[in-house]
Design a protein around this ligand. Sequence first.
Ligand code: SF4
Ligand code: SF4
Ligand code: ZN
Length: 481
Amino acid sequence: MHELELREACPAAKGSGSAFGAANLDRWKAVYEAVVEWHNAGASQAPEVVADIESRIFATWDPVQRAILVELFTAYRRLHHPGVTDVDVNPEGGRWDHRETNTKVTVGVQLDVHDGGNWEAVRIKTGRSGTTELEAAAFYRPGEQRILVDVQLSADDRVTIPRPDPDASGRLLVDVARRWDATIDRPHNRVAGLHCYSCDRPARCGQYPVIEGGVGDIGRWTRTIRISKTRLAALERCQRSSLWPALYAIPKDDPDEGESTSAGLALGNSFHEAVAAALLAEDPDAVFGAACDTVPKSEADDLQSLFDRHGRLWESEAHPVTAHNTEYQFGVTLVVDGLAADSRGITRSKPVAVTMMCATDVNGWESENVAAVVEHRTGVASKALDNEADLYAASAWAALDQTGRDVDGVAVHFHHLRNDPPECERHFFDSEEVGRAIRRLQTVAARIAALHPQDATEPLANPGQWCEWCEWVHRCLEHRD
Ligand code: SF4
Ligand code: SF4
Ligand SMILES: [Zn+2]
């Protein structure tokens, strides 16, 4: 389903991508192997049996990821109920075929478990997502006796997936098959957005152009690292908090906190959306006012005051900007020397693609020859970090270069809306300064690419006041020397 949504959002997402690390999947495989061994050993809870399996299967992992594997394996054993009479570790999954469009939906199942009168098809889940409606529809075909069960290890839960209504299931499957079919012959136009973070083509599709190199340099097997502007900024403070998620998919301490929907962040998001719509409208006040009507009163006042501050700053600018588009997702890809692991886990020096991504609040022009990028800062003001300005400037320069438009420079504005009075922090990059920004980013990229792709102990912890907001603080404390 995710693949379908991605293709619908961006038709260019269907070409071949490059090699992203799949730490989550690798950990899932290790846990599954341990589960199978454990069943083969009679599902004994004896500590020596468990310790033996853990020491053999998890031995090659670094201590940080080994601790995660042990947590997940422990959760599995806790969730396994004792009434089980028979376990098949090699069961058949579910499958649905649509001849008309030649589409199929498959549902992987890891264990068949007989438990008194029940027959369960068990899916082992180490991440947060469970069986989808579509998968349930494809699994429960007429005649399917088994009950589908998700064993959610990170949530410590067993979830029975109910048998859906057959007519509704049939409609859902056919609809998805048709939607998939409709994506096949669409022209390969790029439509960038947040979905780029789940696409494996950013180093090759051209939206994040390769700097000083051709797209041909990056192949199917080129190790690729994707890093957002937020993580790049975090890197200046603490490698670990930035690269644990970006390189090793280390789960947050409390996954339920999700994308951190703190009040401040939610307000920031509403503001960015509303102002993006208003900036390109003929009557910005009306558009912004309409957006305020959709949020609670307390929030609306705060939004309005931010908008007023934004307006004042926009009008009193020493270098006024004419907005061209808003909320634009772009970036650059830097190919640097680094380490890449082969299928047996052996690492070698190889070129590594590091794709750095950002979204601007506003793209526009200060003058005919000076492009501008504006970021609205709605949090407590602090000076922008070097990486952030460098990334915006390099991305804008590369995007303009693609269109063949010659410019004298790129101005990056950070608008600190909470300052009194609101303040514009402007960085100007002429072509030489863009060159220096690119070299600084290349140095950062090389530092990231030189870390062992599978050893999560390599990025260094750098404790500081930022630990207060860190979402890995408990795990980090357990793994400090
Ligand atoms: S990275 Fe983004 S723009 Fe490029 S193909 Fe993927 S979804 Fe489309
Ligand atoms: S707790 Fe502090 S030192 Fe540890 S990863 Fe987070 S920010 Fe870095
Ligand atoms: Zn400005």
